[in-house]
Design a protein around this ligand. Sequence first.
Ligand code: MIG
Length: 806
Amino acid sequence: MAPPVSPPRAAVPPVRSFGPVTHLDSTAAGAHLQSDAGAAMRLDFLTDGVLRVRLAPFGRFSDGFSYALDPEADWPGPARLEIEGDEDSVTLQTALLTARIERATGRLSVRTPDGLPVLDDADAPGWTAEHAVLVKRLRDGERVLGLGDKTTTLDRRGGRYAHWNTDAFAFERGTDPIYKTIPFVLGIGEDGVAYGLFVDTPARSSFDVGAADPKRLIVEAEAGALTYYVFHDPSPLAIVQAFTRLTGPMPMLPRWALGYHQCRYSYRSADEVRAVARGFRARGIPCDALYFDIHYMDGYRVFTWDRDAFPDPAGLIRELEEDGFRTVVIVDPGVKADDPDYAVARDGLERGAFCRMPDGEPYVGDVWPGPCYFPDFTDPAVRRWWGGLHRELLDAGVDGVWNDMNEPAIFDVEQEGAADVEENAKTFPDDVRHHYEGHGADHALAHNVYGMQMVRATYDGLKALRPDRRPFVITRAAYAGTQRYATGWTGDNASTWDHLRLALQQALSLNVSGMAFVGADVGGFIGAPSGELLARWMQLGALMPLFRNHSGLDSPPQEPWVLGEEVERVCREAIELRYRLLPYLYTQMHRAAEEALPILRPLALVHPDDETVREQSPDGFYVGPDLLAYPVLHEGQREAEVYFPPNSGGWFDFHTGTPYEPGTTHRVEAPLGTMPLFVRAGTVLPLDPVRASTAEAAGELTLRVYASGGSFAASLYDDAGDGWGYHDDEAHRVMLRVEQGEGRLTLHPTIEGSYEPGWQVYHVEIIGVGGGKRAVLAEAEPLPISGESGILRFQISRLGPISVEL
Ligand code: MIG
């Protein structure tokens, strides 16, 4: 394989610096500045804690067009803005931050209202012949998270990262760049003071996070005019939320998206797919989705079927559906060019849908089908055409679409093994032309949004063709904001322990970067996992939003049952755990969609000023606000060192109910069958019964009340699992208020929305009040209880107020 694309050159000092400020006009939302060097800067507060900075080297700003921004986001402007100036500086102050511009240089410093440093220019912005350059100060002890699924550690400090979406087959820790570009970082100071920085350019760019100079964050972008955003809020989670709002939250996905997914490159025939489906049902291992990789197509022609291997796709998919399986098919961007009878190529040529060289000839590059044309997904008309091409797939019953190779990736045989790989090797030449929503652009600018615009075409197409269903799309390449259209996976990883660790880091970092619904190939794509590795990966995968097992062309089978009985049992239990957690995960997906919250959360994001988190970087992470996981990530590891962060009331072991004090560290046993998992005291965890797939109704719900000794509220969201009825409040929103004191615990549910989940029985479990015979009153009836030690259990048939005498 070719070595990874080389990062751009080392930082060059700008030849042109912003220069002394000569003019300053204040505006309703900020200020407009000009320098004596002819450069200009506009500062606009979108809210009190979101500052947009636009820079123009020669006084002319870009038109503000950006693929990253959510067109539906609505920004109120600052609630209150005070602008003051003196000889040295101009200060803009909102309730959340202070931005100060130094008149002599144009340097910007952003501080909290109390004057604590947030993000300061070390140098004024400037320009080299090719780049805009930002130089920010890194504070001592600052951690820098984000940058999508870059392959180092959660904390990016000490590394230099390039943005150029790349088909990084067999990437390893340290390979850069890989598939996605999300130029957003979250800086967290030693004091917990945090900022977000989003540099909104899809052009080639780099982030040097203290590699060249430990005190500097240097951003270089192949751009003249440049827009960036600074976010500040006392809560780092709110910063991630604001960035995610800016670039758009994920939409609600169908419930089955949260089930277990089984993939392989490739299940090669209808019979092979049937055998896999039977394998799950015969063994009673839950599974919701099966994937068809490139061999389902006729000679890799997109939107066709190989009729020898899949003689009756609609029949097969119907059979699978009757058995509770959804079908996801791969669609690549390359359209086979050397077949005059191939309708998609003909049609695309007639419409001028394909990317062209500067001379007007369609660009042709080699991928699986041989020479291919490539749709210009930056053209809205092309996106509509492409979206419509999915009709036959949907008519055959296909449920979801998997977009691969959309960096875009090109085979570059001559380059293989070459020592000197150019920056644009394995993709289009820089001068391929793009429509770019009518603005016109070279591939050098459009490259990093190509994959995003492809999944946009897919998402919009699926939605238009099947308006009553939520589209499910999965993508490999991305730019900031791609979560509006697709879930993501992390590409061609390998079956190694380090990749297991990377998979977690990448998923957490993507969540910090706005992409909540992500996962890595469980078990690893390249090579073959040992039984132990597959088992541990299943356990981790069960907590990832996208839980998909996938393996490569030359890999042996990787379904949950192929590595012996013990591993099969552990895999089954991990998948069963996933299905029990579904109502909690569905609630978190809804919060990601409605509130732009991440689903996975690194400890540093939740506990920014915690010393143990800062100094020891424990392996734990959060799934939603209430589940704390310490997955096993090392071969032979049979116990976990678990740090329990501050939480009033402490923590409980999910599996055993054992309580733990906050602020303590414990060694917890983790035999092969157990992934250490803990629940926050002060929550109600909803659990489903295990079922073969989400196609079966759950029928009942378990509510596990984790008592904290005080009062708290917990929420639960449910709806029909597909469709858009919840927009009309065809949803089921439960707010559970729990009060504890004076020998009594009460539970008051408030229910809103017209959707009826059809739970006939509620199993209530109260943890943390001691077991034994207690009087339980619900709907004014005393209920029989079973008192296993430490856990109080009873059943009710209708959710109403409950009172328990302690
Ligand atoms: O060049 O479609 O990352 O998941 O199985 C390989 C075949 C193309 C790369 C994807 C992988 C997929 C494979 N694809």
